[in-house]
Design a protein. Structure first.
Lengths: 89, 134
């Protein structure tokens, strides 16, 4: 039964990533694009966790943790650049 | 693996995937950035939370020992989501909102914080730096 649930989850995450890609390319303002990339990082974490359950290995959690950290750092860096014109003052 | 545990894990995965899809659908449905900020919170709380609890249960039953390193990801996402939302909203307001037309007056000596980095008149932040250095 878990295999069917995993297939459903993969389809959901793939559709979600496509919607984020639409917002990333169309998005009228810069902040829309930053928000789309932030949501894409969350969806990538979900994809890695689903893949880890499917392969029954805990190796992908380090990758998911790295995605969480670098998604946050990149979003904050871009917003600081827009707000202050500089990242580290 | 017993049937009940398998059912619970499958339900958690289905709920998490559905909430991830709903959160990203809100991104293309809502009309403006400030309502749009509301949508991905569904994906980052219930969506990722359900998947991480499902993964914790799966490896607990599969390996026989309990690990909490999925909780690290949950903790990190819950801590950082408000900060990113606040910074994205501030960047949007700086670029797209006119403080003279769209915002009420602040009724203070200085303007709103995002638009008025100088502060009240006569206040010079460089003086404080010089005092700290000496």
């Amino acid at each position: 039964m878990i295999e069917y649930a995993l297939n459903f989850g993969f389809v959901c995450v793939a559709l979600a990533l496509l919607m984020n890609l639409y917002r990333l390319t169309v998005g009228p303002t810069t902040a829309d694009r930053v928000l789309a990339v932030d949501t894409m990082a969350i969806n990538a974490i979900a994809l890695l966790i689903l893949y880890g359950i499917g392969k029954a290995t805990a190796m992908y959690f380090e990758g998911a943790l790295l995605f969480a950290m670098f998604g946050f750092v990149s979003t904050v860096a871009y917003c600081k650049f827009v707000l202050r014109g500089d990242i580290i003052e | 693996m017993p049937f009940v545990v398998e059912l619970i894990i499958s339900l958690l995965i289905v709920i998490g995937g559905a909430f991830l899809l709903i959160g990203s659908f809100g991104m293309i449905k809502l009309r403006d950035l400030l309502p749009r900020l509301h949508a991905p919170t569904k994906a980052s709380t219930v969506g990722l939370g359900g998947l991480l609890i499902a993964s914790m249960l799966f490896f607990w039953i599969e390996r026989g020992h309990f690990t909490i390193h999925e909780l690290l990801i949950t903790l990190f996402i819950f801590l950082t989501a408000p900060i990113t939302a606040n910074l994205i909203a501030k960047a949007y307001m700086l670029l797209n909102v006119d403080p003279n037309k769209d915002l009420p007056p602040s009724k203070q000596d200085e303007g709103w914080a995002t638009f008025d980095p100088v502060g009240p008149e006569g206040y010079d932040p460089s003086e404080e730096y010089q005092e700290k250095e000496t």
